[in-house]
Design a protein around this ligand. Structure first.
Ligand code: AGP
Length: 624
């Protein structure tokens, strides 16, 4: 999950690339580097650490001049974060520079053919660079290829890249330059996203559109096995596989302000506060009040096909997996459809029996998660229709699904997913409503769900107004080293999500459980230093959940309760309580999510953690 930016045109390349890398830092921030081509040579600056702490300072001290270049911000897969392991990497000759997002699985075997070579890093990418250099040397010795890019001919550098990639096993999104060709840049992808930005007298490569949207709105989403040759005013796409390259220029719908922090100290807090609007966006145009149902434009499935669905399988990862778990309760309650949630990384290798009328529904914010993409491809390989719920328009999963639903939540920059989660749950609620209303869910039941859903944005506003009170509660527990999050039914996945939020931004160990499950072992962990967050709204199981709360209380465990407004009894029982407005049982997670997000956010800030770029993480996990 690294970020790649390439530029060829009239401007100085380094500032354009640096700005793009900053916008991609959420994809990885262990180290960063830029190479530019100038007067028959490559010149590079690269440094361990986040861009503003390393590379940016280096570029101020030693500017890079040149109008063509490639850059990279890294999430380490092979080799620890270090200056030497930072990208770009070079071939043996030092003429060819490569940046790479992905994993070269057979790099060890490939490296064996270069016994006499000097390797400066422990990365798989450097082996790829040497492999490209090796094929370039072979071409130079074998052919008199015409150097200038002429229509129909494959540029020698592109040919060398293609020949090298045919030996590669694994996933890649790469950009390549060579000092023999000071006006040419090559891009290629398989399994890791890469787009071409088409400018006026300049062209771009980037891992995603956020890096180049301020320069051009015309983009080409490269497909797997595509290899693109770029100069300042031309591009040519070839395909390594059997397909001919399908080149389609798309118009970017992009709100650049959405990628700015505004007055917020962190993207995560900004995105937490966007949720009343993003939940509205997820509903917009999708509610049919007359029929008390929902409607979607992009499912590409008729109501008759949807009615035939007798089993739903949802592969997903992380927070999306938690949203999927809520989806399981929703589909089974609203539509009585047996639903299974799968970790995508397990699903792709299991031989799960999937019958003819099974609907595979993948859920992903980024649309690039390698495990989820693999689950989609495995399902399609078996002939199943695959729908996706995704936030990034034009992402690989969105493009490879047979149909789908966009979240319309806008770019989610914070590594910890917040607004995407509540938008996923909103979309799942609407989809379950649709599936229910073409089965046995009545008009009045549908209308009740719609009424409750449409009240959520305003109810979220009232919770966000408690931010300062929640911050004060969070500060009381910021030094804890272990946390439990408990809930029943719809609130159990919310408990899992609360635990993940805390873990990934504050580095505190946290576990989520069904509240009743604590008795079966985990309660042994409870003591006065181990806080438990109970999600205990007014719902049919309130009394049972309250008994579980008593069990924790009896063992002196500190308790933070997330409870329904007006429940005065609970305040006497727990150490702290955060109230949420009343809603129907299936929608409680939408409201409980906000206190959970804010608690984690404020604890992480109090612990001095980098909330938007937590250690070891990246926003889009495009490696398996
Ligand atoms: C959630 O806060 C994490 N960033 C992570 O678990 C994430 O949800 C997971 O990697 C799945 O990402 P996706 O939704 O983009 O597929």
């Amino acid at each position: 999950m690294c970020g790649i930016v390439g530029y060829v045109g009239k401007q100085q390349a380094a500032p354009v690339i640096l700005e793009g890398l900053r916008r991609l830092e959420y994809r990885g921030y262990d180290s960063a580097g830029i190479t530019v081509l100038r007067d028959k040579g490559v010149e590079t600056r690269k440094k361990k650490g986040k861009i503003d702490e390393g590379l940016a300072k280096l570029l101020v001290a030693e500017p890079l001049l040149g109008v063509i270049g490639i850059g990279h911000t890294r999430w380490a897969t092979h080799g620890p974060p270090s200056d030497e392991n930072s990208h770009p990497h070079y071939d043996e000759s030092g003429k060819i520079a490569v940046v790479h997002n992905g994993v070269i699985e057979n790099y060890d075997r490939l490296k064996e053919q270069f016994k006499g070579h000097t390797f400066k890093s422990s990365t798989d990418t450097e082996v790829l660079a040497h492999l490209i250099g090796h094929h370039y040397d072979l071409l130079k010795s074998e052919s008199k290829t015409a150097h200038p890019l002429t229509k129909g001919d494959t540029h020698p550098l592109a040919q060398a890249v293609m020949n090298a990639l045919r030996e590669v096993i694994g996933a890649y999104g790469i950009a390549v330059v060579c000092s023999d060709f000071p006006d040419v840049m090559i891009g290629a992808r398989r399994g890791s996203p890469l787009i071409v930005g088409v400018g006026q007298g300049e062209n771009f490569l980037a891992s995603d559109a956020t890096a180049i949207a301020s320069h051009t709105r015309e983009v080409i989403y490269l497909n797997d096995y595509d290899v693109v040759t770029l100069t300042a005013d031309r591009f040519n796409v070839a395909n390594l596989g059997n397909d001919t390259a399908r080149v389609q220029i798309s118009k970017l719908e992009f709100d650049a302000a959405a990628t700015e922090r505004g007055n917020f100290p962190h993207f995560m807090l900004k995105e937490i506060f966007e949720q009343p609007r993003t939940v509205e966006n997820a509903m917009r145009g999708r509610i049919d009040h007359d029929e008390a149902t929902s409607k979607f434009g992009g499912l590409n499935m008729t109501l008759a096909e949807l009615r035939e669905v007798d089993h739903i399988v949802i592969p997903a990862c992380g927070t999306s997996w938690h949203a999927a778990l809520i989806g399981e309760y929703l589909f089974e309650e609203f539509a009585h459809i047996p639903t299974e949630i799968e970790y995508a990384s397990e699903f792709r290798y299991r031989n799960a029996p999937i019958e003819k009328h099974t609907l595979v529904l993948v859920i992903t914010q980024s649309g690039e998660t390698a495990d989820t993409l693999a689950g989609l491809r495995e399902s399609k390989r078996r002939g199943h229709k695959v729908l996706s719920i995704c936030n990034v328009v034009g992402s690989t999963i969105a493009r490879e699904s047979d149909g789908g639903i966009y979240l319309h939540a806008g770019p989610e920059i914070g590594v910890a997913s917040t607004k995407a989660f509540t938008s996923q749950v909103t979309v799942l609620t609407l989809l379950a409503l649709l599936m229910g209303r073409i089965r046995m869910l009545s008009n009045s039941q549908g209308a009740q769900i719609i009424r409750a859903l449409e009240a959520i944005p305003k109810q979220m506003e009232s919770i966000l107004a408690q931010n300062e009170a929640i911050r004060r509660i969070a500060l009381k527990y910021a030094s804890a080293e272990d946390f439990f999050f408990l809930g029943r039914q719809y609130n159990f996945p919310a408990a899992l999500e609360g635990a993940l939020k805390l873990k990934e931004i504050s580095y505190i160990h946290a576990e989520g459980y069904p509240a009743a499950e604590m008795k079966h072992g985990p309660i042994a962990m409870i003591d006065e230093k181990t806080p438990t967050v109970f999600i205990i709204p007014n719902d049919p199981l309130y009394e049972k959940t309250f008994s579980n709360l008593e069990e924790i209380k009896a063992r002196k465990g500190p308790i933070i309760a997330i409870a329904t407004e007006g429940n005065d009894k609970i305040s006497k029982k727990v150490d702290d309580v955060i109230f949420i407005p009343p809603t129907i049982e299936p929608l409680n997670p939408l409201l409980a999510a906000l206190p959970l997000q804010l608690l984690s956010y404020h604890i992480a800030v109090a612990r001095g953690c980098d909330v938007d770029k937590p250690r070891n993480l990246a926003k889009s996990v495009t490696v398996e």
